[in-house]
Design a protein around this ligand. Sequence first.
Ligand code: AMP
Ligand code: GLY
Length: 431
Amino acid sequence: MKILVIGSGGREHALAWKIAQSPRVDKVVVAPGNGGICRRFDCADVGTDDREGLVSLAAGGLAAGGGFDLVVVGPEGPLVQGLADALAEKGIRVFGPSRGAAEIEGSKRFAKEFMARHGIPTAAFDAAASPEAARKIVRRLGLPIVVKADGLAAGKGVVVAGTLAEADAAIEAMMVEKVFGKAADCLVIEECLRGREASFMAVSDGSSILPLETAQDHKRVGDGDTGPNTGGMGAFSPAPGIGRALFEEVQETVLRKAVAGLRKEGRPFRGVLYAGLMLTADGPKVLEFNARFGDPETQPVLMRLESDLVDLMEAAVDGTLARAEAVWKRDPAVCVVAAAKGYPARPETGQTIEGLDEAARWPQTVVFHAGTRLAEGGRIVTNGGRVLGVTSLGKDLAEARQRAYGAMDKIRYDGMHYRRDIGLLSQGEAK
Ligand code: AMP
Ligand code: GLY
């Protein structure tokens, strides 16, 4: 098989890495890829928002080796724009939901109203189409309050406000100054939930689901969950404190319900459905749905997958997932993200990265690349905010952490920073 992976982040590096291990796969091409991906796999220089270019590449229109048996779409942008529909129209097999199904991520208002229609547990909310309406809802629901842009905002469109002034400032920035453009023409205002977060993912063929192992990510830039939110500074799998009963409860009340609801509404979901949850005193509640693999959760989760990922993806495309099975390593995995100087506000790029080969020799460790680029002389330089995701397995979290940080210690570039507490359970937390 020839498989095309679309995207350029750490998630896509992990997908290509795992897909290439399948004995059924002869070739993996990534578009556009990054420095680390393109050192190991063929890359096609077609951007994730170039729908025509990607369809023509997938169909065999470009010299880079077209005619793919399966296309795997990593990021949400092209899915929400309808890339899966465009590929399917040409008869190309694609792992990733249609535009209609991806709306569960593309519009938070749609997602919230969908959850209300289908009785999926989530925070109380209301939607606003004007700043006045938004300010009224804030005052009705009370503080603290969460203000969210309806559309895609690269993970930055959420403000948890502790005061009316903060909430009003968020409404002003999003709706009047339009910092996220049209993504904030509508706002979702919701009750602030308390608890620990966990990421659940499941592969779906539109009817059945196959649950993946859980993960927890670390969103704030600084140790001890301080500083601004980021795309994710690290993740580990499994998420702590999730026993069999809670795991089953989430599959039943969130993931299966969502897949059944989408099907009923004529939007069958084929791909990976991701539920970001808050584990509250009243039970698990959905913070958000994503229509794709999480980043960086995918890196530790795929390190733990024994089964052939391509089999699972094909079962999702063919509608035979009910018969599929996934086998997992018991060992936990930890992914520590190394970020660029200035991230998340203003990441600097172009710094030469050293020590990558030494880090890659660390036991049970893979250095997944995110914002990197191949430069002259085979050098790898930084090319984005999240630069690398050093991911290790261990017999327990402590060993996985020791390996990931041991490997990270070998890597150097100007302005490099990473959190020291990824996978560290705070005192009293369940193992
Ligand atoms: P989202 O993109 O909707 O997952 O939001 C990003 C982050 O904002 C989440 O991971 C939470 O940390 C926080 N957040 C979102 N919604 C809520 C909520 N209703 N209550 C508390 N925190 C929230
Ligand atoms: N790590 C959160 C996400 O992928 O959206």
